[in-house]
Design a protein around this ligand. Structure first.
Ligand SMILES: NC(=O)c1ccc[n+]([C@@H]2O[C@H](COP(=O)([O-])OP(=O)(O)OC[C@H]3O[C@@H](n4cnc5c(N)ncnc54)[C@H](O)[C@@H]3O)[C@@H](O)[C@H]2O)c1
Length: 421
């Protein structure tokens, strides 16, 4: 990506975008002045596919930044990521990469060791089960944050993440979440038009993520139950939240953005209809969810996500219907398109430097994640749920003890109507 292209979205565009978020306040607060002109030091926690990609995006989109520390549960993931970033083809990436051996941390406490260093900002791209714990600690340690979505897998985690985001606001720590459509010009321009009345009052909407089969990993005999489940993470609800949370959150986030907040209730169904249902590599994952969300003013949203192969029709999109027209939520004719995976890091760094307003997408992304979790809870249990019931539920699906020497049986695959949550 050229520097010229990156400049395609102006800071004014960014200001408009962040003003839509619920925490847009002016930057003048704690923690920002000392990093205004100096190099911002970054630590990566979670060095898998996305963590590696996000670190590269951050370095290619910004100058005066340096990736100086890395942490992962597994040494092989960290090593691989360190090599890939260090050998990247873009010289702007490699020149801003300076991770010494003593700034590499591995194991359950790796995140604590990284947070104890002098990094100004973290990129958090672990799998979602651990996000609330790590983000709470990052805020405590006074770090600015880029975190991937979804931000939790259950209501207990969501409440922890919301509390941490609010604490970050008090401390003037910026947070950008990996819902990159919020930083993508076609979405920003079209949703602004919708909110300015281009299609009249919204009466209904649709959100779909209907794709083919997800990835699955064979088990290495050396791996314990826990190691296998974390490495084969998409297949295990407690690690990823099931596919509605893990992936469909992107589409639900757009709908929450357009409609100005999360839904008031949900009615849902779903299940696992795969022919090779006994394939244990798919853990306890469902292959389909269909939800009818009701938002304020009685607007209903049809949401559908599934992993089906063969001749099944596929589609990943959002669509809203108004009294005067319809919209795909994207204006594909906008000029100067910038990769949103890069733009989100440019926006975060500008806010950290005080060149753009303070940004904190934490609560917003927690609400979108909770919208997905609520759909999963309604589908698993077969019960209609209100937002308050779901958000305040005493439901935590992450094992209390995470210990490689213990056994973690998988499943059962939830049966609609008889599953407890
Ligand atoms: N915004 C997007 O479009 C987008 C795209 C891809 C992935 N993602 C998100 O990024 C996250 C990671 O996905 P991925 O594809 O990179 O998975 P991955 O398995 O490749 O990477 C996750 C990494 O986290 C590490 N990890 C797990 N638990 C940890 C812990 N307790 N402490 C430290 N490290 C730990 C794993 O070892 C692994 O290296 C997911 O939440 C996913 O939804 C977002």
């Amino acid at each position: 990506m050229t520097a010229k292209k990156q400049g395609g979205i102006t800071r004014r565009d960014f200001t408009r975008a962040s003003a839509i978020g619920s925490f847009a306040i002016l930057a003048s607060q704690t923690g920002q002045a000392e990093t205004n002109s100096g190099t911002i030091k970054i630590g990566l926690i979670g060095c898998g596919g996305r963590g590696t990609g996000a670190a590269v995006n951050c370095l290619e989109g910004n100058k005066n930044v340096k990736l100086v520390a890395m942490a992962d549960l597994f040494e092989d993931r960290l090593k691989d990521s360190r090599t890939r970033i260090g050998k990247h083809s873009n010289p702007q990436v490699t020149s801003q990469f300076d991770v010494k051996d003593d700034m590499c941390f591995v194991g359950w406490d790796a995140y604590k060791q990284l947070l104890a260093t002098d990094v100004d900002m973290i990129i958090h791209a672990c799998t979602p089960y651990i996000r609330p714990v790590h983000i709470e600690a990052a805020v405590e340690a006074g770090k600015h944050i880029f975190t991937e979505k979804p931000v939790a897998v259950d209501p207990v985690g969501i409440r922890k993440f919301i509390a941490a985001s609010e604490k970050a606001k008090e401390k003037g720590l910026n947070i950008v979440t990996g819902t990159q459509r919020r930083h993508e010009k076609p979405y920003l321009e079209e949703i602004k038009k919708i909110q300015d009345g281009s299609i009249g009052d919204i009466v209904a909407a649709r959100a779909y993520w209907c794709g083919t089969l997800p990835f699955k990993k064979d088990r290495d005999e050396k791996w314990s139950d826990l190691e296998y489940q974390i490495r084969n993470w998409y297949a295990h609800c407690w690690v990823c939240g099931d596919n509605i949370v893990e992936q469909h959150v992107h589409n639900l986030d757009v709908i929450c953005w357009v409609l100005g907040g999360p839904p008031v209730n949900v009615f849902a169904s779903g299940g696992r209809a795969w022919k090779d249902n006994a394939d244990t590599r798919y853990g306890d994952l469902w292959d389909q969810f269909s939800c009818d969300y009701e938002f304020a003013n009685g607007v209903h949203v049809t949401s559908m996500c599934r992993h089906w192969s063969g001749d099944c029709a596929q589609g990943v999109f959002e669509h809203v219907m108004g009294t005067k027209g319809t919209s795909s939520c994207r204006d594909n004719n906008v000029k100067d398109y910038v990769d949103p995976y890069v733009q989100e890091h440019m926006d975060l760094l500008a806010a950290i430097r005080g060149e753009a307003p303070y940004i904190n997408e934490g609560v917003q992304c927690a609400h979108s994640t909770m919208t997905a979790i609520m759909g999963r809870m309604a589908a698993y249990t077969g019960k209609k749920l209100t937002w308050e019931e779901a958000l305040n539920a005493d439901l935590s699906i992450v094992p209390e003890k995470l210990d490689f020497s213990l056994s973690y049986p998988v499943g059962p695959i939830p049966v609609p109507g008889s599953a407890k949550a």
